[in-house]
Every structure is written in C-alpha cells, then in structure tokens.
Write a protein that binds this ligand. Structure first.
Ligand SMILES: [Zn+2]
Length: 106
C-alpha cells in the first residue's frame, strides 16, 4: 500500500432538510383583521380536533395555530426601524430620544 495522504477536507455550504410541517388553510369567514382571523382559526382548530377524535385513523394528528409577529411603528404602522432616535419611516421620535432630550434640558 502506498502512503498517500488524503486531500484536505474543504468546508462548503450544504443545504439540508432541517424541519418539515403541514400547513392547512381552512376558509374562515368574517375575519377582517389579524386578531379576528387568529380567533377564528383557534375556533376552527378546536372543532377540527373534535372531528379528528371521532375518526380514529387520524386522531394522532395535533393541530396548532402558528402566530407570526412583526414590529411596527405605533405612529405610522410601518415596519419598525429606528434611525438615530426616530422612526425611519415617519420620523416620529422614540421615547428614549425624547427622554434623552428632556435630560439635556434639565
Ligand atoms: Zn413611524
């Protein structure tokens, strides 16, 4: 056998499967806002869980409503991004920048 050295291993990005899930989108009526929609989805999940319990072949299915949150400006409702003590969207000052200004004024 020859004493060949193995080539050095090279690190490279690899795409791997990390997680998987099923998404179900029930039709929910009368849910004009995110808050009313999530309430309607919670109610639908409870009803569908009852349905699944009555259909034993699928009663191991567990459903949950996933909530996705975002941070918005309380003034303009734009996506929150602070820029030197103000909202980057509308320019309204942040509470901290107002407090800092008051401390400077005394
Ligand atoms: Zn704003």
């Amino acid at each position: 056998m020859s004493a060949q050295r193995e080539p050095a291993k090279i690190a490279k990005p690899v795409e791997v499967l990390a997680d998987s899930f099923v998404r179900a989108d029930p039709v929910v009526w009368m849910a004009p806002t995110p808050a009313t929609r999530v309430k309607a989805l919670d109610d639908w999940v409870k009803e569908f869980d009852k349905f699944l319990r009555d259909h034993r072949s699928q009663d191991l299915v567990r459903l949950s409503v996933q909530r996705i949150y975002k941070t918005i400006c309380s003034v303009c409702n734009g996506t929150w991004e602070e820029d030197e003590g103000t909202c980057a969207n509308c320019g309204a000052p942040t509470e901290q920048s107002l407090q800092a200004a008051e401390e400077v004024q005394g």
